[in-house]
Design a protein around this ligand. Structure first.
Ligand code: EPZ
Length: 420
């Protein structure tokens, strides 16, 4: 099991290229199941979760051809299974995004219940209820969600009582090949949902309202092959910006999409960062100053992203003043707090609100977490700690960050991966 060894105290500076977005890549890869032909996706990030999704598609008979330019060609012409098995789904709950595509293409699906994860129960009840509106009959047996639509999917009206990113994505993909019109109200507006919609349109789907909370889909008989370039990862980008800000340093990100990051950039400016942006780059500069603490409440896009919450708690831990961070999306997404407290952070946790009083420096310590973003926040804490921090269970980080230690080293961090 790999570990990251970090010696803190350096101000970051330098330039880093942002990779393709994990949370766009996963549903977009699943659209290959919907096409009886070749599709090509570019700017695919090299991540464990992407590898797991490709394995899952391979198990269903999809031909996978990865090239060394970060692109992949998929061909589901000879798809031969509608089952997403437990051994893969348990390692990546986002596998649930094959549910919609399987129902759309084969009118049946058997997907292992993803089960909870460290940040919460992660139910899929809203996915099931919404897909039932499109004519799917479900039963849950032996730990699998089994859906069938013998006569095919029929368009209908879906109103999500709670905004769900992958729930919106599953219905969007199913609706693309349903008979007639589907309206999705209270749809998630995350850029990754819009990127999936853009990809489906490139494959022949008819979708209006992309980027809004109401999507209107006219079902088509069949999708055709095509190519789509995956958007940059706004959470990876935000993570590096927070790391540079926490160290009082600077950094320039290339191949990113600043327009997806307004909430994060505004909070970084509140923390004292000077931000310059072009269409595809962001430059942050703290001018050597310690960040100021900020108050944050996570909400659905375009509000402040829950996936950026832990990183800002790490920034607040060494910032000037006090800050309150409240998590409203997941019920258990504060596991980074006890680990940061062990590093000397002054954090009071009341329910889902972490109130922090910044300290000059944290103290390096052996730490670990069980959630992708919490683990990334511990790396940030290690960068601003005296001495050595060892972050264990790095496979969590590798799920969502491409070669994080190489990119941080490019920014001047003293960090190395240790195989144990
Ligand atoms: C997506 O998860 C992302 N994952 C998450 O990123 C992200 O944190 C989350 O959206 C919120 O932005 C992918 O896109 C692969 P939700 P998702 O359905 O779709 C509840 C990361 O770190 N809910 O929007 O699973 C749910 O429990 C990951 O990259 C139901 O109650 O999240 C949560 O409280 C972590 N029933 C809230 O809704 C349902 O059927 C939002 O969940 C579905 C969701």
């Amino acid at each position: 099991m790999d570990r990251l060894l970090i010696r803190g105290g350096r101000q970051l500076s330098g330039e880093v290229k942002v990779s393709g977005a994990k949370n766009a890549a996963l549903p977009i890869l699943a659209t290959a199941l919907m096409v009886p032909g070749k599709v090509r996706f570019e700017n695919l990030p090299h991540l464990n979760d992407v590898t797991t999704m490709l394995q899952l598609l391979g198990r269903m008979g999809v031909e996978v051809l990865l090239d060394d330019t970060g692109s992949v060609e998929l061909d589901a012409s000879h798809m031969n299974s509608i089952v997403a098995p437990y051994d893969l789904v348990r390692t990546m709950r986002a596998s649930i995004v094959v549910l919609g595509p399987l129902l759309a293409r084969a009118h049946e699906a058997e997907v292992s219940l993803p089960g909870g994860c460290a940040i919460g129960a992660r139910p899929v009840n809203l996915h099931v209820k919404a897909l039932e509106r499109l004519g799917v009959e479900f039963e849950v047996t032996d730990g699998y969600i089994k859906g069938r639509a013998p006569g095919g999917l029929v368009g209908g009206k879906v109103l999500f009582e709670k905004i769900t990113v992958t729930g919106t994505e599953n219905v969007l993909m199913a609706a693309a090949l349903a008979k007639g019109e589907t309206i999705i109200e209270n749809a998630a507006r995350e850029p990754e949902v819009s990127d999936l919609a853009d990809c489906l349109v490139a494959l022949g789907a008819k979708i209006e309202g992309i980027g809004s909370d109401t999507l209107c889909i006219q079902g088509v008989e069949q999708l055709h092959g095509g190519t789509h370039r995956i958007i940059p990862d706004r959470i990876e980008a935000g993570t590096f910006l927070v790391a540079a800000a926490a160290t009082g340093g600077s950094c320039t990100l290339t191949d990113c999409e600043p327009k997806h990051m307004d909430a994060t950039l505004l909070k970084l400016e509140e923390a004292g960062a000077h931000i310059d942006r072009t269409d595809t780059t962001i430059s942050l500069d703290m001018q050597g100053r310690r960040p100021k603490a900020v108050d944050i409440t996570t909400v659905e896009y375009p509000g402040f992203a829950t996936d950026m919450q832990a990183q800002f708690v790490a920034l607040n831990a060494v910032a000037e003043g006090s800050g309150r961070v409240t998590e409203t999306i997941f019920e258990n997404r504060m596991m980074h707090i006890p680990e940061m407290q062990r590093m000397g952070a002054k954090i009071d946790l009341h329910g889902a609100t972490a109130s922090t009083t910044g300290v000059d420096r944290l103290k390096g310590a052996p730490v670990m977490s069980t959630d992708l973003r919490a683990s990334a926040s511990l790396v940030i804490a290690g960068l601003v700690a005296d001495g050595e921090t060892v972050v264990d269970r790095v496979y969590h980080i590798d799920r969502g960050y491409e070669r994080i230690e190489e990119k941080l080293r490019r920014l001047g961090a003293d960090i190395e991966r240790v195989r144990v």
